[in-house]
Ligand binder design. Structure first.
Ligand SMILES: Cc1cc2nc3c(=O)[nH]c(=O)nc-3n(C[C@H](O)[C@H](O)[C@H](O)COP(=O)(O)OP(=O)(O)OC[C@H]3O[C@@H](n4cnc5c(N)ncnc54)[C@H](O)[C@@H]3O)c2cc1C
Length: 384
C-alpha cells in the first residue's frame, strides 16, 4: 500500500489532531484538518509534558520551538497543608524522567506550525457530526467528504466516536479543576522552592504550583464537584485561604475568573471502526493526576501515522495493529491516574501515609512513570 496518494481527514485541532495531521503529512499523506472553532485555540493554561510527549515533539521537528522559554523543574513534590513534604519525585536529573512545563499556547502553535509546514490544509469553522466506517465524514453544513483514513480527535465529547457506537465506559469523575496563568513573582513560596513543581493537599482540595516560563506561573485548583465554595467562579478566595493559609500571598494573586473543568475517564470497545480511528481524549480521556492526557494523545497520534503508513496489510489491519501496540501503555496510564483520584477524599493523615509509601516503592514509581519513560513508536523517523 503506497501512502503517496492517500488522503486523510483529521477532525479536531487539539494536541491529538494536530500531531496526527503533522505526522501523517510528514509521511506523505495529503491531510485536511477540520476544526469547529473559528481559530485554533489553546484550552487550559500550562501543561506538563513528560519524556514521551517531548519525544513526539522531537520526531515532528518542533522540540526547540515548543520548549523555548519553558520551565525545567528539579523535583515534583506533594505537600500537606502545613507545607511538609510527603512525596518527592526527582525529575530532569540523572535519575529522573524528563519533564518540561510549557505554556499551552506555545505548544499548540508549535504543532500547528509543523502541520502547516508539512502541507496540512487546516479548515476552521468546520464541524463534523458523524462518520461511517468506510471513511465518509458528514459535516454540520450538510456536506460529506470521503477519505482513505479518518482520525477522530474531537475531544472528550466526540461526536464521531459516538456516531460509531465505540464507547464502552465513561466516568464523569467527582473532581475537577480551575486553571489559570498568573505573573510569576517571588514570595508565593519559599525562595528555595520557587523552581519546584509543588502540589499542596488539604482535605479534598489541592493547589498545584507550576512555574511554566520565566514570568508565568500555572496554577490549578482541584476540588470535588460537590465542594460548592471551592469550585465557585468567580473564585471564592476565602474558601481556598481557609484550606491553605500558608499560600495567602499566592491565593491573593489568583484570577477571580477562570475556567472550571470536570475530570473524565473513558474507554472504548475498539479504537477504530473500518477506516475511522479515534484518539486523544475522544478515545482515552483520563483525569490529569499524571499529567499524561496530552502526552498520550500525541504519542498515540505519532504511532497511528507510523502504523498506517508503514504497516503490513490493508488499512483496517494496520489500525488493529496500531491499537494492539499502543493501547497497553495508554490504558495502564489512564487507570493509574484514575486510581490516584481516590486519594482526594481521604483524610489528610492516611493520604500522607499512602503518598509516603508510594514515594518509597520502586515498582509503584515504575508503574507511575510508564508512559513518561516510553519511547514512542515512530521516534526513529525525523521529518525530511
Ligand atoms: C485540569 C487539566 C489539566 C491537565 N493537565 C495536563 C498536563 O499537565 N499534561 C498533559 O499531557 N495533559 C493534561 N491534561 C489533559 C490534556 O489537556 C488533554 O488530554 C488533551 O488536551 C487532549 O487533546 P485532544 O486533542 O484529544 O482533545 P482536545 O484538546 O479536546 O481537542 C479537541 C479539538 O477538537 C475540536 N472539535 C470538537 N468537536 C469537533 C467537531 N465535531 N468537529 C470539528 N472539531 C471539533 C475542539 O474544538 C478541539 O479543538 C489536563 C486536562 C485537564 C482537564
Amino acid at each position: 500500500m503506497s501512502s503517496a496518494t492517500r488522503h486523510a481527514q483529521v477532525i479536531g485541532a487539539g494536541l491529538g489532531g494536530l500531531t496526527a495531521a503533522a505526522a501523517l503529512a510528514q509521511r506523505g499523506w495529503t491531510v485536511r484538518l477540520h476544526e469547529r472553532d473559528p481559530e485554533i485555540r489553546a484550552i487550559g493554561a500550562g501543561i506538563y509534558l513528560w519524556g514521551n510527549g517531548l519525544s513526539v515533539l522531537r520526531a515532528l521537528g518542533v522540540f526547540d520551538e515548543a520548549v523555548e522559554g519553558a520551565h525545567l523543574g528539579p523535583v515534583a513534590e506533594s505537600r500537606d497543608r502545613h507545607g511538609h513534604v510527603v512525596e518527592s519525585i526527582p525529575i530532569n536529573g540523572e535519575h529522573g524522567p524528563e519533564l518540561y512545563t510549557i505554556l499551552r499556547r506555545r505548544l499548540i502553535d508549535a504543532l500547528a506550525g509543523a502541520a502547516a509546514r508539512a502541507g496540512v490544509e487546516i479548515v476552521t469553522g468546520s464541524t463534523a457530526v458523524a462518520a461511517t466506517p468506510d471513511g465518509e465524514v458528514k459535516f454540520a453544513d450538510g456536506t460529506r467528504r470521503r477519505s482513505d483514513l479518518v482520525v477522530a480527535a474531537d475531544g472528550v465529547n466526540s461526536r464521531l466516536r459516538d456516531s460509531l457506537g465505540l464507547l464502552r465506559r465513561r466516568v464523569r469523575m467527582p473532581q475537577g479543576a480551575a486553571r489559570m496563568l498568573i505573573p510569576r513573582r517571588p514570595g508565593f513560596v519559599a525562595p528555595a522552592d520557587e523552581a519546584k513543581y509543588i502540589e499542596y493537599f488539604s482535605g479534598s482540595r489541592r493547589i498545584l504550583y507550576t512555574p511554566s516560563s520565566a514570568d508565568r506561573l500555572y496554577v490549578a485548583l482541584v476540588c470535588s464537584t460537590g465542594d460548592e465554595h471551592a469550585r465557585r467562579v468567580p473564585l471564592d478566595k476565602d474558601a481556598w485561604l481557609r484550606s491553605f493559609p500558608l499560600l495567602e500571598e499566592l491565593i491573593g494573586c489568583l484570577d477571580a475568573e477562570s475556567r472550571w473543568d470536570r475530570f473524565e475517564f473513558l474507554e472504548l470497545r475498539r479504537w477504530s471502526a473500518g477506516v475511522v480511528s479515534v484518539l486523544g481524549d475522544a478515545a482515552h480521556a483520563q483525569p490529569p493526576y499524571l499529567g499524561q492526557g496530552g502526552g498520550c494523545a500525541m504519542m498515540n497520534a505519532l504511532g497511528l501515522a507510523e502504523a498506517v503508513t508503514f504497516g503490513e496489510g490493508d488499512l483496517e489491519t494496520r489500525l488493529r495493529r496500531w491499537e494492539a501496540a499502543e493501547r497497553p501503555v495508554i490504558q495502564h496510564t489512564q487507570r493509574f491516574s484514575y486510581r490516584l483520584g481516590h486519594l482526594n477524599p481521604l483524610p489528610d493523615r492516611p493520604r500522607a501515609a499512602l503518598l509516603a509509601v508510594m514515594n518509597r516503592s520502586r515498582s509503584l514509581a515504575r508503574m507511575r512513570m510508564r508512559a513518561a519513560t516510553t519511547i514512542p513508536t515512530g521516534m526513529n523517523r525525523f521529518p525530511a
